[in-house]
Ligand binder design. Sequence first.
Ligand SMILES: [Zn+2]
Length: 455
Amino acid sequence: MKGGIYVYTRPDPNEKYWDPEIETMARDKMRELQLSELKEMLQFCYDNSPYYKSAFDEAGVKPDKLKSLEDIKHFPFTNKKIERDRQEAVPDLGDMICVPESEIVYISASSGSTGVPTVSPFTAQDFDEFQDYQARLFWSIGMRPNDRYVHALNFTLFVGGPDVIGAMRTGAMGIWAGTVPTERLLFILQNFKATITWTTPSYAWYLAESAKKEGIDPAKDLNVRKLIVAGEPGGSIPATKMALEELWNAKVYDFYGLSDLFGANAGMCEEQNGLHMYEDHHLIEVLDPDTLEPVGEGERGELVLTTLRKKARPMIRFRTGDIVTVTWEPCACGRTAPRIMGIHGRLDDMLIITGVNVFPSDIEYVVRKDERLTGEYRMIVYRDENHLDRFEVEVEAVDPELVGSQELAEDIRAKIKVRVGVSPRKVHVKADGDLPRATHKAKRVIDKREGVWQE
Ligand SMILES: [Zn+2]
């Protein structure tokens, strides 16, 4: 075989781990490995990327300043904005790139709402390692050669598209569906007796509702017994996860990914207790977004990642904007990789209401738990006459008789207050079907603040 991209391996289905050595490596040994990878990576960036050279010079650090993993704190951050700016300053791949273009074999591009999409380039080796990593995540949810996997993620430029190759590496049957209309997807799932599929939590919900309308009960009439969800916090919100598991009669596994780095960077194992993120590829920091100092283990903070192996465009201290909690406590599965125990939301989704941080996922936590509600919800944020930010919440009652119920509204309002520390001004109890259904990513926040105040 020539070249660096291959698809198949023939793993032993009885092997518990995809990569036993890495997945169960003792922490001190892993840190040693990380330190040698990181030293090499910083030098590689400094020698090959004009951007990193000037950024390090400006910060007054040389790669050899790093003697321990903690020394990463001396190096400058990157973020989405820098990524985009560098791409615009040095068209068309930017100067964070560390290899000649001839070595790049694949680019994905994220659909920014404005301007040029940001690209993520891979060398042949990066791509192989990327798919090996995806296979590791798929294997850890129990994907095996006798599985049939329907890949229903977008293939157009989206870095999640090629993940179907990672699934095929486990020996499973890869069915390349892509984003087809809902009825078509249901047909594919049913016709090919798919055992595993992957979508957003909102779409999984919508898909099940649509199936039922067509007389298909996903729990009985489909063979999907494992459902991967990503793109929204739902898969890590217990009530949402449980509701989806019941709708589908399937286990739900939350995955988390960043298109700037990889497809999926972390995923639940069969224990379904947090998302493993593997440290041979990532140096993980969890920082207070204001002070940029590390928070204690298990405390909420912004996830900051350094790629340790990616050569085409390494990311040093990439501020993800995602607020997470991470633990290094051992997992019952025997893997030593740390786990993201909660993805609470994105910094840019975070609302500050009377000094309290509020994430839409906190509202979801309450709404999805209450059996009187359909689980659909929407937040409306506005500024009141005193220029204070306020919010209202819209929910849907299952029972038509509860529509408009003040008692139910007050009860939900109180529960939200307990969860987030601040109560919505009003809760509106609407009828089943009043709120728009999301097909892919749900729009849960209506922000009416723009134009009220010029900032
Ligand atoms: Zn585990």
